[in-house]
Design a protein around this ligand. Structure first.
Ligand SMILES: Cc1ncc(COP(=O)(O)O)c(C=O)c1O
Length: 374
């Protein structure tokens, strides 16, 4: 077994190099800093990659979801069904439209929405469903579409995912991707609304930017947002898009190394990946059962930090965060999500890491497991 690292292993450092630096320099020298030709090219290339008529570049994954919900007419008095196992932004954007999030419990194996529990949550106020493809594992979209409601997908983790062979992006009313610094296609900040619907694309296009007119006169048809993507970020994203396949290969190798390492560690189980789908391998999440693994997730996280291995948590259940507890004091318990929130731990995964880095993390986990189960 390897010995403890001398330096800290980062959780998800960005995999950027000289090509991204050159692309940013070129964008700056071009004199076009805000939304311009690079953002337009990114939209064109992503529409092709995602096999969808429209891909609209916006300033974040959060903005993508908010604009998509507003474009679909979600507003005050409405309800939107979503997952509690997500980054709070997913629920926040529902709040910001004036609607209320209705949290549906998740499946224990992959922590995506549990399709069996969805029908009972639909009321006459339900305006949309906002499923989250956690870690890159697509949700059961057939069951979600069968509800007959508009669907906005949170695909922040799922750029490369395919659901039963079909690319995410054109399967629902809108699919929202994130270009945040840790994501598989990292621009620093940014987001994409993909949609097969011309009316949704037109609404998002109109809202994302309060356009300047010809200098003399301007007007506005509605109170828009300021959520356009700058050409500087688009320049980074275009280079990252060229590296997507290479990065996917590196991630797949790292995931295989972890699979091999955790196999046989009693009480440590990776989230399930459905072989019928393509998983984007955005995160490597394990569940730590304290009974069998000899210690809690928090104890494992601390012990790994002492081994100089950074980890993260995806996610704490949103409905248990203080603001949502205050806002919805009668929220019914969601036992699977609540238990998962105590057990999930994400291990370092990034094309910026070497195989040696991942083997260091895997060996540290084995050592920690051995010490807790001795
Ligand atoms: C599941 C999920 N949804 C939405 C977001 C929000 O994306 P952004 O940071 O680009 O606004 C994130 C995190 O970044 C996320 O992990």
């Amino acid at each position: 077994m390897r010995t403890r690292r001398d330096t800290r292993l980062g959780f998800q450092p960005p995999a950027v190099g000289d090509e991204e630096v050159a692309a940013v320099a070129e964008a700056l020298r071009s004199g076009w800093l805000t939304t311009g030709p690079r953002a337009a090219l990114l939209e064109e290339r992503l529409a092709e990659y995602l096999e969808v008529p429209h891909a609209l570049a916006v300033s974040s994954g959060t903005a993508a979801m908010q604009l998509a919900l507003v474009a679909l007419g979600v507003g005050p008095g409405d309800e939107v069904i979503t997952s509690p196992i997500t980054w709070p932004a997913t629920a926040n954007v529902i709040e910001h439209t004036g609607a209320a999030p209705v949290f549906c419990d998740v499946r224990p194996d992959d922590l995506d929405l549990d399709p069996d529990l969805l029908p009972a949550l639909v009321t006459e106020r339900t305006k949309a469903v906002l499923p989250v493809h956690l870690a890159g594992q697509p949700c059961d979209l057939d069951a979600i579409h069968a509800l007959g409601l508009p669907v906005v997908e949170d695909a922040a983790h799922a750029l490369e995912s395919r659901y039963r062979g079909r690319k995410l992006g054109g399967l629902s009313d809108a699919t929202c991707f994130s270009l945040y610094a840790t994501k598989n296609l990292a621009a620093g900040e940014g987001g994409i609304v993909a949609t097969p619907r011309d009316d949704v694309a037109e609404a998002v296009r109109a809202m994302r930017l309060t356009r300047r007119g010809d200098g003399a006169r301007y007007d506005q048809a509605g109170p828009g947002f300021k959520a356009n993507l700058s050409d500087v970020h688009a320049a980074i994203a275009l280079v990252q898009l060229d590296k997507l396949e290479l990065h996917a290969t590196l991630r797949a190798r790292q995931v295989a190394l972890y699979d091999e390492a955790v196999d046989g560690l009693d009480g440590i189980t990776p989230l399930a990946r459905d072989p019928r789908d393509t998983h984007a391998l955005h995160l490597y999440v394990v569940r730590i059962d304290p009974e069998r693994a000899g210690a809690s997730r928090d104890e494992y996280q601390r012990a790994l930090a002492e081994e100089r291995i950074s980890t993260s948590i995806h996610f704490l259940p949103v409905h248990r965060l203080s603001w949502f507890r205050k806002r919805y004091p009668r929220q019914p318990p969601l036992p699977v999500a609540e238990r998962a929130g105590e057990e999930v731990l994400s291990l370092p995964l990034s094309p910026a890491h070497s195989e040696d880095d991942i083997l260091d993390a895997a060996d540290a986990l084995r050592r920690v497991h051995e010490s807790f189960t001795a």
